[in-house]
Ligand binder design. Structure first.
Ligand code: SF4
Length: 273
């Protein structure tokens, strides 16, 4: 067994359990996660949060009015639940879509179902082209993404980037739930930018939100979210490429954890150099 496979086998079958036990011992229980269970009692904080939500709503309404057809690319993360709620509350004409890579955690599929029930609206799903997936796995193997950054990016291209290109075809703008403080690769994130790769406007209405604000909105409005967040998964992507983190770690450190922080994007948000 190779070193990377030994690490991954260890991670998949025992490290998570050990990790969970350690965290439970350190923090009492998962219910004490300070991000998913924020203190909501501060009225000044709540007023500031309400103002930020109003500003995000104004931006979303402007996008719907001025950039039709506009779409929201939901990765079903915590931020995406906030934007989903704002779009549905205002009944904005913005299509919400997600990319079903075929490797998502079961909790994410449960959330898709819960979101559809909660808002009484279907989520538009895009899938990888089956011939590309078949060619990738027959050539490189089912878990080839662990072997090199290039193969990981190739898998992300087949399962995410190519479907995204189809989802954005013919659109004037797209919206994401990205925030500037999420990682080293996003610290210059703007509220609005022109996406030269896909040739349309791109809006990040929650760019300046903090993680506490996101979770306070979710808790205050009692909206659905991915239950993996309660198990210290602040950032959730495909199941084999996401893991729980320890308190104090960078919130994106559980994504492609075997890579350097500088490489940790899947190709959905790249800019030409
Ligand atoms: Fe493939 Fe992992 Fe990228 Fe998902 S996150 S598309 S499984 S490399």
């Amino acid at each position: 067994m190779s070193r990377i496979n030994a690490r991954l086998t260890n991670h998949n079958h025992s490290t998570v359990a050990i990790h969970a036990n350690t965290l439970e011992r350190d923090l009492g229980s998962f219910d004490m996660n300070p991000m998913t269970r924020p203190n909501l009692d501060d009225p000044h904080f709540q007023e500031a949060l309400a103002e930020k939500a109003r500003a995000a709503t104004v931006m979303l309404r402007h996008i719907a009015d001025e950039f039709a057809p506009a779409v929201f690319a939901s990765s079903l993360g915590a931020e995406d639940m906030v934007l989903t709620d704002l779009i549905h509350q205002e009944k904005l004409d913005i299509e919400i879509f997600s990319l079903d890579t075929g490797r998502l955690p079961i909790e994410t599929y449960t959330l898709m179902h819960d979101v559809e029930k909660h808002y009484g609206a279907k989520l538009t799903l895009y899938y990888p082209r089956h011939e590309l997936v078949e060619n990738f796995t027959r050539t490189h193997g089912i878990n080839a993404f662990y072997e090199s950054v290039d193969l990981r990016k190739s898998c992300c291209y087949v399962r995410k980037v190519e479907p995204l290109q189809r989802a954005l075809t013919g659109k004037k703008a797209w919206i994401t739930g990205m925030r500037a403080e999420q990682s080293a690769t996003r610290d210059n994130l703007l509220l609005r930018e022109f996406d030269t790769v896909h040739g349309l406007e791109k809006f990040n209405p929650l760019s300046e939100w903090t993680e506490r604000e996101v979770w306070s909105y979710i808790r205050t409005h009692n909206i659905p979210y991915n239950k993996l967040h309660d198990q210290f998964y602040p950032s959730i992507g495909c199941a084999p490429c996401s893991r729980a983190i320890s308190p104090g770690e960078d919130i994106r450190s559980g994504r492609w954890w075997w890579e350097n922080p500088e490489t940790k994007e899947c190709g959905l948000h790249v800019k030409p150099i």
